[in-house]
Ligand binder design. Structure first.
Ligand code: IVH
Length: 671
């Protein structure tokens, strides 16, 4: 009885899969929506009656009901590299020359050109033909586990079938691609949100990036995400070319952008780039360039990678989209470090899918250099997700009412004196308590990538600062004492204050590196904060560290070490940290559990590109075995591990007579 049932269920699933493929991948449905819904309903019913027969790859299991509180970290089996950019034909010709020089002289290079989709990249793993894990790119070495969100995208197969003509072994494969939203679907969805009073989004790319990290897969499923896949990797069988891989991806049921082209020469590549730069507006989605890949995978291997990008591929970036509009006024915005940034207040204009009414002018020197004046007609442009900027002035339409702006003599927000540090173009408000600075630093502290206090965005921060509830970010943790007063503030109320206080409480569990980033120390971005936290393990040790001890960390330079020292030398910062400590924030982290102490006391320096892992991964392995990794070679260094194309550290090591290890020798050491 059960056996027949299983057969029926499986037949239904396979039928639904086929219709999903027709609809979402091929854009060619062969049954009506009604008929499809009937099939789906039937399957839901059967599974409801027989829950023991539900499998994770059933079409009914795409949308989970569990919230994902914290995305787990996933280490990429093969690093997710990024591409170096080219902007001109000359640069493409240079790329072709470098490729040919890197290959044996009797080999010809062919290129596979693809459109560069403006979305977010994702990696999807399949084990024994079944969807297993999907991850974001992250820093290229590890990303976040977004499996339950990616599973909701119905053009992504949950099961791969070994169809005829598919030579690749499907035991363990990885597929990569770009998740994006079509422009029209985005516009409609955003419009609906506006109508229902919800927050709207700036562009399809940011929306896709935000959506893939939502905690609730049910919400993700309602948003019109799509995917184009462009990468296939088999860990159990050898593949031969990118051209073949794209065709394999199609055969396996993935969505592949059809506008790809196998080019026999760089001239054909240039032609393809020119063609799509002109035709990009015909497409229902945004592209920002063309990706050019050496077609042969064998050749790709020979060429290898440098730092974070492969030598076998390059992006040709289109010129940023531009628009002209009137610049009404130049205002000055005070950031969290006190720096004043001139902002162009514009006549609203549509550019690359969003309405622009403000653009950055960077700094005063730039205004002078470009001779930008109020009432001018200006050209603005936007590239990728950057803030729009003013490129130039249309001098031919300059009117007599155009007026130059002067550098403000005092802070536009608090009237304090301004100063310009030596060797800097920016001017600063010298008042640490300037409300604009305070607001910006608190907003940064609470932001998603720092303490992630939901509900504490800039409008609430502005309100609380104006009403005198917040003077510094440490005050956030005493807000609960004012609960009764806060509830009475118009437009807030009990529910939202409760949620806010709860979110504040929750933020106390944020790890040390997030707290360190939240403090807003100049030049200490999220990545540097993580490195500092991992290295020093506690704020007290960091606060007392000498500049050169800080610079020992790989990729941490003097501007960061100086800034860290300056920060901890100011009394009021120490007071703030003490208040955060009293509130119960995490100001230290546990040292990582060691796998062994075989490298204990040994100091390593890594140089060049390793072929089997990224440098970050190698560093982690060394630390797991008790060793440490520093950025510069000195007499204290025990080993220098050299990958391909090592830098000057290799010569330094030779000079100092330090043991140099090849990647193979290094791998032996940690076995
Ligand atoms: S190939 C090393 N192909 O562009 C290979 N990337 O910096 C890198 N992208 O992170 C990826 N369309 O997010 C490739 N057809 C395409 C692409 C593409 C968009 C994105 C991807 C990647 C970035 C390159």
């Amino acid at each position: 009885m059960k056996k027949n049932l299983l057969l029926e269920i499986n037949a239904l699933r396979s039928l639904i899969r086929e219709h999903d493929h027709n609809y979402f991948v091929l854009n060619n449905p062969t049954i009506s929506d009604y008929e499809y819904d009937q099939l789906f309903k039937k399957l839901v019913e059967l599974e409801k009656e027989n829950p023991e027969l539900i499998t994770p790859d059933s079409p009914t299991q795409r949308v989970g009901s569990d919230l994902v509180k914290d995305f787990k970290s996933v280490t990429h089996k093969t690093p997710m590299l990024s591409l170096s950019n080219t902007y001109s034909e000359e640069e493409l010709i240079d790329f072709d020359r470098r490729v040919r020089e890197g290959l044996p002289s009797d080999e010809k290079a062919e290129y596979l050109c693809e459109l560069k989709i403006d979305g977010v990249s994702v990696s999807i793993h399949y084990e024994k033909g079944k969807f297993s894990v999907a991850a974001t790119r992250g820093d290229g070495t590890s990303g976040e586990d977004v499996t339950s969100n990616v599973k909701t995208i119905r053009s992504i197969p949950l099961i791969l079938e070994q169809k005829t003509g598919v030579k690749a072994n499907l035991d363990e494969i990885e597929v990569r691609g770009e998740i994006y939203m079509e422009s029209e679907a985005f516009r409609k969805w955003n419009e609906e949100r506006e109508l229902s009073g919800e927050k709207t989004f700036a562009n399809p790319r940011n929306t896709s990036a935000g959506t893939i990290k939502l905690q609730d897969p049910q919400l993700v499923a309602k948003r019109p995400l799509q995917i184009f896949t462009y990468y296939l990797f088999s860990y159990t069988s050898e593949l031969s070319s990118q051209f073949e891989n794209l065709n394999l991806l199609k055969k396996l049921g993935f969505r592949v952008n059809e506008n790809f082209c196998l080019c026999k020469s760089i001239d054909q590549v240039i032609e393809f780039c020119r063609e799509w730069e002109n035709r990009r507006s015909e497409l229902p989605y945004e592209i920002d360039g063309v990706v050019i890949k050496v077609n042969s995978l064998k050749q790709q291997k020979i060429l290898g990678s440098i730092a974070k990008s492969p030598r076998w591929a390059v992006a040709f970036k289109f010129k940023a989209k531009q628009a002209t509009t009137k610049l009404h006024k130049i205002t000055w915005q005070v950031g969290r470090t006190g720096a004043l940034t001139p902002v162009a207040e514009l006549e609203p204009v549509l550019l690359a899918g969003s309405t622009i009414s403000r653009a950055t002018l960077h700094n005063y020197d730039e205004i002078l250099r470009k001779d930008i004046r109020e009432n001018d007609i200006v050209v603005i442009e936007k590239g990728g997700d950057v803030i729009p900027k003013v490129v130039s002035v249309e001098l031919s339409s300059r009117k007599s009412n155009s007026s130059k702006v002067a550098l403000p003599s005092v802070c536009p927000e608090c009237g304090s004196k301004l100063y310009r540090p030596q060797e800097e173009v920016a001017i600063y408000c010298e008042n640490n308590e300037c409300p604009a600075q305070v607001k910006a630093s608190i907003t940064h502290f609470a932001s998603r990538t720092a303490m992630d206090i939901e509900g504490m965005g800039d409008s609430l921060v502005n309100l609380f600062v104006d009403l005198g509830y917040l003077h510094t970010y440490a005050d956030i943790y005493t807000l609960h004492e004012k609960r009764e007063e806060l509830i009475k503030i118009e437009r807030l109320g009990k529910k939202s204050i409760s949620n806010l206080l709860e979110a504040i409480e929750k933020s106390k569990n944020k790890p040390f590196d997030k707290v360190l980033f939240a403090l807003g120390i100049r030049y200490v971005g999220a990545g540097a904060a993580k490195k500092l936290a991992d290295h020093f393990l506690s704020i007290d040790v960091l606060a007392n560290a000498a500049e050169d001890a800080i610079e020992e960390i790989h990729e941490i330079g003097p501007s960061i070490s100086k800034s860290v020292n300056r920060f901890f030398s100011e009394k009021h910062n120490i007071k703030l940290i003490e208040r955060l400590r009293t509130a119960g924030l995490t100001l230290s982290s546990e040292p990582k559990k060691l796998k062994s102490d075989s490298l204990s006391g040994k100091s390593f320096v890594l140089t060049g590109t390793l072929s089997s892992m990224s440098r970050e991964a190698a560093k982690e392995i060394i630390q797991e075995h008790g060793g440490k990794v520093t950025g510069t070679v000195s007499k204290k260094t025990d080993y220098v591990v050299t990958g391909e194309a090592p830098g000057s550290k290799f010569a330094d090591a030779k000079k100092l007579g330090i043991t140099i290890l090849t990647e193979e020798q290094f791998l032996e050491l940690i076995k």
